[in-house]
Design a protein around this ligand. Structure first.
Ligand code: ACO
Length: 156
């Protein structure tokens, strides 16, 4: 576990280096990340000055925010950091007056689906073959090819 007070949440300033190595834990290629990152707000969690997690959010409608990317450094995973970070992002979206928060993942991503629902998201739409049609190469995670995308949402 970790001590909550040792984690610092901050927003990257324009011009700061984009933390691609962390973002690439949650998305396949720099090209895929570049499709949304320049229109996104990038929040990071730091521990003793080191970046241990990233979250990119973007407005996809007037009051609808999407979490485009959330990733926790591998040596910090499964310690509750991702859950804590999601709750921080939900609070931030509420403070900013958003009415809805959206997040998407693969239909076979058990851990992500569990975590997002634990944080209060509900699945509402499946896009068949999303990962086949939107990426040039097949993507495998834990030996399973990603095919359908599940979109989850939460009213704020
Ligand atoms: N199936 C179901 N649940 C699981 C599994 C599994 N295979 N493995 C772990 N879990 C549970 C854990 O028990 C824990 O739940 P609990 O605390 O209730 O016991 C929970 O999943 C994990 O919670 P955290 O420790 O808070 O999560 P973590 O800090 O590891 O962050 C994250 C989660 C962001 C998914 C992280 O693992 C990560 O960076 N993964 C790689 C990148 C990624 O896949 N990002 C999301 C892509 S989708 C998107 O970005 C929109």
């Amino acid at each position: 576990m970790f001590n909550q007070k040792d984690l610092k949440l901050r927003t990257l300033h324009p011009g700061e280096n984009i933390p691609y190595s962390l973002l690439l834990l949650a998305d396949e290629t720099v090209e895929a990340i570049d499709r949304y990152i320049h229109q996104s707000v990038i929040s990071v969690l730091e521990h003793e000055g080191e970046m241990i997690a990233v979250c990119a959010t973007a407005m996809i409608d007037e009051q609808v925010m999407e979490i485009k990317n959330i990733a926790v450094r591998e040596d910090w995973q499964n310690k509750g950091v991702g859950y804590r970070f999601l709750l921080d992002i939900i609070d931030k979206a509420k403070e900013e007056g958003c009415s809805e928060l959206v997040i998407a993942t693969a239909d076979c991503a058990q851990k992500q689906l569990y975590l997002y629902q634990k944080a209060g998201f509900q699945p509402y739409r499946v896009i068949p073959d999303y990962f086949i049609q939107n990426y040039p190469e097949p993507i495998f995670e834990d030996g399973i090819q990603l095919k359908d995308q599940v979109i989850l949402k939460m009213s704020l």
